[in-house]
Write a protein that binds this ligand. Structure first.
Ligand SMILES: *Cc1c(COP(=O)(O)O)cnc(C)c1O
Length: 407
């Protein structure tokens, strides 16, 4: 079998230890069972594997290189490498699983993919894959987010997707989820709900991980070829956890490779609604169709969360991360808004690479490890590029970092 799809977990019910599973209405469970069965067949189908491999190479531009960040390394007295997912077509790792999901939808005979999006990153990646593979694409998005994330809304529409505004309640991500879910339930047979990270009911945490595992498979080989050994440390940011699982999954059995996930501490780790550090501050619970660590309010509803990186502000986390945390196989830490923005400028100015603010969290975490005296090589998953963030950063942090307005 293709190495990309060789994993022992989850079990057949979608459990990683006590986490994961599927907590959804019976009529939706039947649909998930279909998706799971189709995926189990398709992932062993040489034609599917060959087609996905071809798209990864010729469309996304894989393999993404590993770059030795020498100036950053010198500055912090350590040895830092970057896995350049920022160089992928569309500028981040999300295209890896969106292509997999849309290809699966197509093989299942579905005509449309559907999803919600907050900042628009998942929406753009899905609209791209749908355009390429000839499926319709409906992206549900809160009205407030549509106004805030205008460039991504324009991108999706240019790519031929329908952007459907969620107009009730606070008109942001939660309402977009409701709206997309309702539209999906109206017709779950001709559409596939394409989840945007390693979250949701089984089989999505497994499936999205498998599609992202190309990151770790490449990185392991590339690093071995470059250095004659594996990295001592891996670092990745964790929102839902897909880019981190993509990197980590190839190294789980390499006991001398330490793994570090970092969550957003936002403005304050001590105040509810000011961070999104699910594994650090949350507790086990069930929401959005699966069991994992979550940030919940008194009523068990998703807690308000915040991060300067809109891709990281999610009140739950993929179940495999919860499992790896309890096992102690991955160490999860936090990075504040300020540390992430510092790292955003540091990487830009030392290496000429503008990272996504999400990825800047991982850079900051690696810098913190180096400052604490971690020895050996550190491989950071640079999950995306920062083009989407430049206006926001200049407007909110420009003065502090010496970029005076020119107009
Ligand atoms: C969406 C996003 C993330 C967070 O999602 P994960 O599923 O945790 O990987 C991280 N980095 C970038 C660039 C993103 O767009």
């Amino acid at each position: 079998m293709n190495k990309q799809f060789e994993h022992t977990l989850p079990n057949s019910e979608g459990y990683f230890g006590e986490y994961g599973g599927s907590f959804i209405p019976p009529e939706l469970q039947a649909v998930m069972n279909d998706i799971n069965q189709a995926y189990q067949e398709i992932r062993q189908d040489p034609e599917f594997v060959a087609e996905l491999t071809r798209l990864y190479q010729d469309y996304v531009g894989r393999p993404s290189p590993i770059f030795h960040a020498q100036h950053l390394s010198q500055t912090y007295g350590c040895d830092i490498y970057l896995k350049r997912e920022d160089l992928n077509h569309t500028g981040a790792h999300k295209i890896n699983h969106c292509l997999g999901e849309v290809l699966l939808a197509k093989k299942m005979g579905k005509t449309k993919v559907i999803a919600e999006t907050g900042a628009g990153q998942h929406g753009v990646a899905l609209a791209t894959a749908a355009a390429l593979l000839g499926l319709e694409c409906d992206i549900h998005m809160g009205e407030v987010d549509i106004a805030k994330e205008h460039p991504n809304v324009v991108r999706m529409r240019i790519l031929g997707a329908n952007v459907i505004p969620a107009t009730h309640g606070r008109k942001t991500l939660k309402e977009a989820v409701d709206s997309a879910f309702q539209a999906y339930m109206a017709d779950p047979h001709t559409q596939l709900y394409a989840i945007g990270s390693v979250v949701g009911p089984h089989p999505f945490p497994m499936m999205v991980r498998d599609f992202q595992s190309i990151i770790g498979i490449e990185a392991r080989q590339q690093f071995q070829d470059m250095k004659g050994q594996l990295p001592d440390h891996l670092v990745a940011c964790v929102g839902g956890g897909s880019n981190a699982m993509g990197l980590f999954s190839a190294f789980l059995e390499d006991s001398n490779v330490a793994m570090h996930g970092c969550e957003p501490a936002g403005r304050s780790l001590d105040e509810v609604g000011e961070h999104a550090a699910t594994l650090t501050k949350g507790e086990p619970g069930t929401m959005h169709g699966f069991h994992s660590y979550m940030l919940k309010d008194d009523k068990g509803e998703p807690e308000k969360v915040y991060s300067v990186a809109s891709g990281l502000d999610y009140p739950a986390v993929g179940p495999q991360h919860a499992y790896l945390k309890d096992l102690g196989r991955v160490q999860y830490g936090v990075v504040s808004d300020k540390e992430a923005i510092d790292a955003f400028f540091e990487l830009s100015r030392l290496e000429g690479i503008i990272p996504a603010i999400e990825s800047a969290h991982a850079v900051a975490h690696a810098i913190n490890l180096a400052k604490k005296g971690s020895k050996g090589t550190i491989l950071i998953n640079l999950s995306g590029r920062g083009d989407k963030d430049i206006d926001f950063v200049v407007e909110n942090y420009g003065k502090q970092y010496g970029i005076a307005s020119l107009i």
